[in-house]
Design a protein around this ligand. Structure first.
Ligand code: 13P
Ligand code: SF4
Length: 302
């Protein structure tokens, strides 16, 4: 089938199966055509929680589909490419959380939504890039263990009096930004506003005018008086920004990497997911009961 036929078939199957298609901002632009909602992790999790459709097709990575299943367990949740994972989410192991808890018995344990359900089940509350500062500041604790992203943990530290104790994980896409390349881009486009994702290391964030989630970047670009922007996040986000804010210009702040896992999903994958009900995400009950508490505590804050 060509692209046009695939889009048509996906839309037909979506209706037939009473499904919703949730699409993360980093997905391939071809997937945007079939999205019911395009968004960041928080927006998509909220939509997954409230949908009354029978099936949720999650075009993103594994932890996102798993979170959707936690929030709306009676629905069938499909991840079109079962090997689309998040290497950062897999960096932290249950024994790491147990060890850190033992080392810091007074600390609350917060996790990034980029974690497995198994890790979430061991944590007290979760955050996303869109709400991390507010969620951490809402906690009744002086010390907060934060897993797995040290860059997000260190970013939050600048906006809280609580002591952040970050696990030393990172996203390889954001961690690979190069300060020298960003400086060169700033010299080339001196009027450009720098918008960075909080998964970037401090040596990049210190140059940022705005630090936002993926969807927050779109709002920031739209609301800004500036015409030009340097974007420090996964390379594909530039395409998304160009489509959403076509009157402005976006350049990469030196990104060399796309997120290979986010790019595993093609229209063909979505078509097969709907046609064959694949790949269904299940979370064992013992894990789900605990993990959903962790996510719901966040949902109550923001
Ligand atoms: P957002 O929640 O900002 O979309 O980020 C998710 C992610 O995986 C970024 O790498
Ligand atoms: Fe995970 Fe990084 Fe890919 Fe986001 S960009 S899904 S954090 S590997």
């Amino acid at each position: 089938m060509d692209e046009k036929q695939l889009v048509k078939e996906i839309k037909r199957l979506k209706k037939e199966k009473n499904a919703i298609i949730l699409v993360h901002n980093y997905q391939r632009p071809e997937i945007y055509q079939v999205a019911d909602l395009l968004g960041d992790s928080l927006e998509l999790a909220k939509k997954a929680a409230e949908t009354d459709k029978d099936t949720i097709v999650f075009c993103g990575v594994h932890f996102m589909a798993e979170t959707a299943k936690l929030l709306n367990p009676s629905k069938k949740v499909l991840l079109p490419e079962i090997n689309a994972g998040c290497p950062m989410a897999d960096m932290v192991k249950p024994e790491d959380v147990a060890r850190m808890r033992k080392e810091h018995p007074k600390a609350v344990v917060a996790c990034y939504i980029n974690t497995t359900a198994e890790t979430k089940a061991l944590c007290d509350i979760c955050v996303t890039s869109a709400n991390a500062v507010d969620v951490i500041n809402s906690l009744d604790a002086d010390e907060v263990i934060f897993v797995p992203d040290m860059n997000l943990g260190n970013y939050v530290q600048k906006f809280t009096k609580k002591k952040m104790i970050p696990f030393q994980g990172y996203c390889h896409v954001h961690h690979s930004f190069d300060e020298e390349k960003l400086k060169l881009a700033k010299e080339k486009y001196p009027k450009a506003v720098v918008i960075a994702h909080p998964e970037c290391p401090e040596f990049i964030l210190k140059h940022a005018d705005e630090i936002r989630s993926t969807s927050g970047m779109i709002t920031a670009a739209r609301d800004s008086d500036a015409q030009e922007f340097l974007i420090a996040t996964e390379l594909g986000m530039i395409e998304r920004l160009k489509l959403e804010v076509p009157e402005k210009t976006f350049y990469s702040a030196g990104a060399i990497r796309v997120c290979p896992n986010m790019k595993k999903t093609f229209l063909e994958s979505v078509y097969k997911a709907l046609r064959d009900d694949q790949y269904e995400i299940e979370v064992p009950e013992a894990i789900a009961t605990k993990a959903v508490e962790c996510v719901n505590r966040m949902m109550k804050v923001k």
